[in-house]
Design a protein around this ligand. Structure first.
Ligand code: NAD
Length: 395
């Protein structure tokens, strides 16, 4: 079939296998150009390994450290008349590239929140990997079925306490408009914490520990976001922010568990990037468009792969020491939150309108990043060619 982007609101319902492969290869090339990472992990488990920050961490671990990686994710395979989801094609491309270099990799496609996928993952680790040195928790999901009570919880992106009206960028129509978000009900806050908080991360770590599959010195990291004041009502102080507070609670508990084997668990606060998860958050795409313009002009721009390569290279491994802020977090958002960058965001924010969006922001960069998530707009890919949407996940 001829595969073109079909955008519906903040998602693209098609993905291009060769485009996704080119996007994965770009990320591999960035890591390889920076050279090998010393004293890296041997065995890495990445939960949420098919897109965004999880995929970038997997690429940095495999191609920067030569690590064996086991990736868990929830993606849709292709059919004769329908493309797979982007994460499926990304992972298939990752496997081909890893196999070509003799790097062991395995993936499990299924619901990471379920007991069944946890059991399957432990079996693969036991049979093929040995003990795990690094567990990366990078799930971003709209819902979770809790295996303990069988209930489905939905996550929401809402302010807490009162309604919030803000400038918003309708990325589909390229319009700057006002949006009013109604405050979350109590049960929506509880549900968001259930989905995006730390409970499932703890369940994974307890299962790995009970099975004796954590190596001495094992580390585990989950990803957090803080961002600028403009987004706090919907992010840091909203429902998702409450989930991130719970993630920090879980980090402390898991850290205490890993300390017994001279390891550590913590959250890393990453910068704002365009991913499937972030494009769904109101207000955030406008902020990212402004931020990209400023960070590119200052030569500070980073995408997922530069962030995750830097995390492994300058914090976790390469004979470097972890540096925590006063709340025990690793800060990868240092450049985003630099004073000169945020002063410029504050200056531009009130001025942006539909008419001047291209002059005052990097909407073009946002848009091209968004399309790239689905494998569109990559150099060297013939988008007019017949393409088979059915691609095997692993060679
Ligand atoms: P993403 O949407 O790109 O990736 C989500 C991953 O989770 C995918 O691999 C997907 O397959 C997997 N997943 C979702 N539901 C699943 C399930 N039930 N079972 C198995 N896998 C499942 O998201 P992302 O933006 O990379 O976010 C990852 C983490 O990084 C989140 O905690 C997010 O809050 C954090 N973060 C994101 C940003 C940003 O700007 N995007 C910034 C800082 C921190």
């Amino acid at each position: 079939m001829i595969i073109q982007p079909r955008i519906r609101g903040f998602v693209c319902i098609t993905a291009h296998p060769e485009g996704c492969a080119a996007h994965v290869q770009e990320q591999i090339d960035i890591v390889k150009a920076r050279g090998l990472i010393a004293d890296g992990p041997r065995n890495v488990l990445v939960l949420g390994a098919s897109t965004g920050y999880g995929l970038a961490t997997r690429i940095a671990a495999a191609f920067g450290c030569g690590a064996k990686t086991l990736g868990v994710f929830y993606e849709r395979p292709g059919e004769a008349s329908r493309t797979a989801s982007a994460g499926w094609y990304n992972s298939a491309a990752f496997h081909r590239a890893a196999a070509a270099e003799g790097i062991w990799a395995h993936s499990i496609n299924g619901d990471a929140f379920s007991d069944e996928i946890k059991r399957e993952t432990l079996d693969v680790i036991r049979e093929h990997m040995g003990k795990i040195d690094l567990v990366v928790y990078s799930l971003a999901s709209p819902r979770r079925v809790d295996p303990k009570d069988g209930q489905t919880y939905q996550s929401t992106l809402k302010p807490i306490g009162r309604a919030y009206t803000a400038k918003n960028l309708n990325t589909d129509k390229k319009i700057v408009e006002e949006v009013t978000l109604q405050p979350a009900m109590e049960d929506e806050i509880v549900s968001t914490v259930k989905v995006m908080g730390g409970e499932d991360w703890e369940m994974w770590m307890e299962a790995l520990d009970a099975a004796g599959l954590l190596a001495d010195g094992a580390m585990s990291v989950a990803y957090d976001y803080i961002g600028p004041k403009e987004t706090w009502p919907v992010y840091r102080d909203g429902t998702i922010g409450m989930a991130k507070v719970d993630l920090k609670r879980a980090a402390k508990r898991i850290d205490a568990m890993l300390k017994l084997r001279r390891g550590a668990a913590f959250t890393a606060v990453n910068k704002a990037v365009v991913t499937q998860a972030s494009s769904a958050i109101p207000v955030v795409p406008l902020y990212i468009s402004i931020l990209f313009k400023i960070m590119k002009e200052k030569g500070l721009h980073e995408d997922c792969i530069e962030q995750m390569d830097r995390l492994l290279r300058t914090q976790l491994y390469n004979n470097s020491a972890l540096q925590f802020d006063d709340e025990g977090r690793v800060r990868m958002d240092d450049l985003e939150l630099r004073e000169d960058v945020q002063n410029e965001v504050e200056r531009l924010w009130p001025q942006v309108t539909t008419e001047n969006i291209d002059a005052l922001t990097d909407f073009a960069g946002y848009r091209s990043n968004f399309l790239k998530l689905f494998g569109f707009g990559l150099k060297g890919v013939d988008y007019s060619a017949e393409t088979d949407p059915v691609v095997p996940l692993m060679p």
